[in-house]
Write a protein that binds this ligand. Structure first.
Ligand SMILES: Cc1cc2nc3c(=O)[nH]c(=O)nc-3n(C[C@H](O)[C@H](O)[C@H](O)COP(=O)(O)O)c2cc1C
Length: 192
């Protein structure tokens, strides 16, 4: 569990979970053959258990997580001289949690989750647009459930690093590390 002290810092840095503007995190995973990969995904929400994100179960990242259930992400706010880096283990969220995350997605992202297939993306643009419009019209707002491949993951952190840039001085990192045996968190200060 993330400590109350860390959650207080996260609450200052990240938007509230009900803010529709979701932050983009750069998510790194490790392939079955040990090769790292990264891509941007939306942070769905976070709480004392960890950070959740959602994706297609047929994606490369889902394949990576099945083989190596660990991940890291970073997110930076360069104009504020802030960066957060997180590392931890990953588990799938419950079907009920995945369903409610889908319901909270924007209409565009709900449609995208259904139409984001290899077959659809190979079509010419006018065909993709007409099929998109037809699917949209056939599924009025509020009627769509998550597609079968909709998958939610929770990254349970064991390390969180808060980087702060300082005017006219060296940047500094505050790093929280969880003891694997006790679950207790320790904090240290590192150079940037
Ligand atoms: C702004 C932005 C937000 C994105 N959000 C998500 C997301 O929440 N989930 C997701 O699976 N992909 C999202 N993507 C697409 C991913 O970056 C990526 O292209 C896709 O998930 C395939 O990644 P993979 O082949 O490494 O699994 C987003 C891309 C951008 C640019």
């Amino acid at each position: 569990m993330i400590s109350a002290e860390i959650l207080a810092v996260l609450a200052e840095w990240l938007p509230a979970n009900d803010d529709p503007a979701r932050p983009l995190i750069s998510l790194a995973t490790v392939s079955p053959t040990g090769v790292p990969d990264s891509r941007g995904v939306l942070l769905t929400d976070y709480d004392e258990r960890g950070f959740t994100f959602h994706t297609d179960a047929a994606s490369r990242k889902a394949r990576d997580l099945a083989a190596n259930p660990v991940a890291a992400f970073s997110i930076a706010w360069p104009e504020l001289f802030l960066q957060l880096s997180v590392q931890g283990s990953v588990e799938q969220v419950s079907p009920a949690d995945a369903a409610s995350a889908y319901a909270a997605r924007s209409r565009y992202l709900q449609l995208l989750a259904w139409l984001n297939t290899a077959e659809f993306t190979a079509l010419p643009l006018p065909e993709r647009q007409s099929r998109w419009a037809a699917f949209d019209a056939a599924h009025p707002e509020g009627t769509l459930l998550a597609p079968p491949g909709w998958a939610g993951y929770r990254l349970r952190p064991h390390r969180l690093t808060f980087w702060r840039g300082v005017p006219l001085a060296a940047s500094q990192r505050t790093e929280y590390t969880q003891d694997a045996a006790t679950g207790d968190w320790s904090v240290g200060i590192l150079p940037g």
